[in-house]
Design a protein around this ligand. Structure first.
Ligand SMILES: [Zn+2]
Length: 338
């Protein structure tokens, strides 16, 4: 869970809201340790090409002496200190579908709430679709770089990136027939509210050791609560000329370039781009935080995994994981071989 710092506000009512968010989100820190909750536990095929996979053993069986010390919870260490096949662990958990459509048109309405959508037009009208795609692109760039990948999502080379990949497009059912929770993980974006008044920004279950592929997509209960997420400049408001209108299509469809029009048009173009960039980045930082929980991270005092954040950090395209968090990520999801 990540909350928005209310210390920067002056409204007592907002503080109360944040406290509610804190209470409801506290269950998130309860580790889920039951391997049988993994829906893929009995269905996972043995890895192809490996002869050792013909005799699968669970993490509790055939353990060498070095791991004889019983662990209350499956920690990252227990998973890497023993080289054995565990059918409950699948690299599929390292493919993530960042799902902007999993809650119907909720994310579209969050876009409208942030001034980045035209409510009178259908969600798939060009003005709405193109703007949404740009927000999603900014969000994906931030998630990728947070996990040491290129902005486009590629590995930066051997040992240079975390072995995890993110895509906004639904993974192809032909390749991933068992869907989210089995063949890949999923996190949804969207919330009922469109407000910058604090409270919980996202909730995911802490998954020590990254044993499970995630799938939950429950409005305002699990995922990333997009409408509430506000960096320093995440809403296209009155100061920028008001929310998006149909007349702004040229600013998001790629036909307008700086200097093409009047100074006022240039200003509007830059204002729209700035808000798209800022909100997308802020969404990406919260997704990076929540995915962090789902691959085994707990809160730390600084960086992406801080428990209570603020607008400046949300807007930070370089907000990092702390080194202890990076160490856990490297153990739980691995680093790139190439
Ligand atoms: Zn958190």
């Amino acid at each position: 869970m990540i909350r928005f710092a209310t210390a920067t506000t002056t409204c007592a009512a907002l503080l109360a809201l944040a406290l509610v968010g804190c209470d409801t989100g506290s269950r998130e820190e309860r580790p889920t340790t039951t391997a049988t909750t993994n829906p893929g536990a009995t269905a996972s095929p043995a890895p192809s090409g490996g002869t050792s996979s013909t005799t699968p053993v669970t993490s509790s069986g055939a353990a060498p002496a070095s791991s004889s010390t019983p662990a209350a919870v499956p920690s990252a260490n227990s998973l890497i200190s023993v080289f054995q096949f565990d059918p409950t662990i699948t690299r599929a958990a390292n493919l993530w579908h960042i799902d902007f459509d999993g809650l119907g048109d909720v994310f579209h309405r969050n876009c409208v709430g942030h001034g980045l959508g035209v409510a009178s037009e259908p969600p798939d009208a060009p003005i709405n679709r193109l703007t949404r795609e740009r927000v999603i692109a900014a969000c994906m760039r931030r998630i990728n770089t947070a996990y040491f990948r290129t902005p486009e999502g590629n590995s930066q080379g051997p040992q240079q990136s975390l072995d995890i990949s993110f895509q906004a497009i639904t993974p192809d059912p032909a390749t991933y027939p068992d869907g989210p929770g089995r063949d890949y993980s999923r996190i949804c974006l969207g919330s009922r509210e469109n407000s910058c008044t604090g409270g919980t920004l996202g909730v995911e279950t802490v998954d020590p050791g990254n044993r499970r592929a995630e799938r939950a997509c429950v409005l305002n209960q699990l995922g990333t609560f997009a409408g509430r997420i506000c960096g320093q400049n995440s809403t296209l408001g009155r100061r920028a000329g008001g929310p998006l209108t149909l007349a702004d299509l040229k600013f998001v469809d790629g036909t307008y370039a700086l200097g093409n029009g009047t100074a006022q048009e240039d200003q509007r173009f830059q204002a729209i781009r700035a808000v798209i960039q800022d909100w997308g980045t802020s969404l990406g930082n919260v997704v990076a935080h929540e995915v962090g929980h789902s691959v085994g991270l707990n809160h730390v005092a600084d960086g992406i995994m801080i428990a209570t954040t603020n607008a400046r950090d949300l807007s930070d395209v370089n907000l990092p994981f702390t080194q202890p968090s990076i160490d856990v990520l490297a153990r739980n999801i691995g680093v790139t071989a190439q």
